[in-house]
Design a protein around this ligand. Structure first.
Ligand code: DP6
Length: 327
């Protein structure tokens, strides 16, 4: 009845920003990501008939707002699999929570896997990925290692909306450097931000159309392991997502001045002949893709960028795993 799982963040190369259904949390388009070897969440779940309500600790303290999302997810698991017990959940992130470092991705992937183990549900990976999606769309991809594609599916209940593997972590030799420009929580979360964009940005339909084309191109670029193509597509797709956010009312701008400075650093590196490309999620951090050969030069350029407070070096990594299981 007790299990601990570990999952790492994934960063989308082709983004998910919009839903075809809110109840089942179904994405409007597919997305393609790379799961990282760092930025880990470790979560222990213990279902206990003696617990009167769910007890949720995040980094050792009561979880607050994030706890409400966990309870909602546990309610769903209980209803779906006929479980009555409440749970004690202890979760630790080894990176800043809620600041655009994909803590909900690693968090709900670890939680779904720990629930599967603690309750002996025996779900196969696609079903587990679809379950994690109910917590957070991007979490569906963190169950898998390396490069993964989230399928939007067509079924109304999302049974076919899950992530599938595209390539192993070592298939494309690359690093992803994360330039941290702020460690505070973001003002508008992804769920609210994408809904606002869908409802108010005139650029949203164009974003959906462009993403569908980008998915085909990215699938090919990953299969051929062409880093320049992967980076070029990822950077363009990210900018188009942010362009559609800027068109929302009220507008959504997740960047700060250091975010913009880091963009110029990356473009400056390219002018000097160093292959580096950025992607940015719903937060101010800048994630930079480059070849391992160039990682030192890219790291030093990012560290020298005004407003960048830290640089985290990551690479493609393995999928979520069970750390411990006690029955
Ligand atoms: C910009 O997965 O956090 O990181 O499903 O509403 O929880 P919900 O959204 P979430 O959105 C991630 C948005 C993104 C792009 C991406 O990871 O694909």
């Amino acid at each position: 009845m007790k299990a601990t799982a570990r999952a790492t963040s994934n960063i989308a190369l082709i983004k998910y920003w919009g839903k075809r259904d809110i109840t089942f949390n179904l994405p409007a388009t597919g997305s393609i990501s790379v799961t990282l070897d760092g930025l880990a969440t470790t979560t222990t779940v213990e279902f206990d008939e003696g617990c009167e309500s769910d007890e949720i600790l995040l980094n050792g303290a009561p979880a607050g707002d994030a706890g409400a999302r966990v309870t909602k997810f546990l309610d769903l698991v209980r209803a779906k699999y006929g479980v009555s017990a409440h749970a004690r959940v202890e979760t630790h992130n080894d990176f800043p929570t809620g600041a655009g470092l994909a803590s909900s991705a690693s968090g709900f992937a670890a939680l779904a896997l720990a629930c599967n183990e603690a309750l002996s549900l025996g779900l196969p990976t696609p079903a587990l990925s679809a379950l994690a999606r109910r917590g957070s769309g991007s979490a569906a991809r963190s169950l898998l290692g390396g490069f993964a594609e989230m399928l939007p599916g067509t079924s109304p209940d999302g049974a076919d909306a899950y992530a599938v593997p595209l390539a192993d972590p070592g298939h494309v030799p690359m690093n992803m450097l994360i330039a941290v420009t702020s460690s505070g929580p973001k003002k508008v979360g992804s769920t609210e931000g994408m809904q606002r964009t869908e409802e108010t940005s005139p650029y949203h339909p164009a974003w959906v159309a462009a993403t569908t084309q980008d998915l085909d191109a990215m699938r090919r670029a990953i299969a051929d392991a062409v880093l320049e193509e992967i980076g070029t597509l990822a950077e363009s797709n990210c900018l188009r997502m942010h362009a559609s956010m800027l068109g929302a009312r009220p507008p959504l701008l997740y960047w700060n001045s250091a975010t913009v400075a880091a963009i110029h650093t990356v473009w400056g590196l390219r002018e000097r002949g160093i292959g580096a490309w950025f992607t940015i999620d719903a937060g101010p951090q800048v994630k930079v893709i480059c070849s391992p050969i160039d990682a030192k030069a890219v790291e030093s350029a990012l560290r020298n960028t005004p407003g960048v407070t830290d640089v985290i070096l990551t690479a493609p990594g393995a999928g979520a795993s069970i750390v411990e299981s006690v029955s």
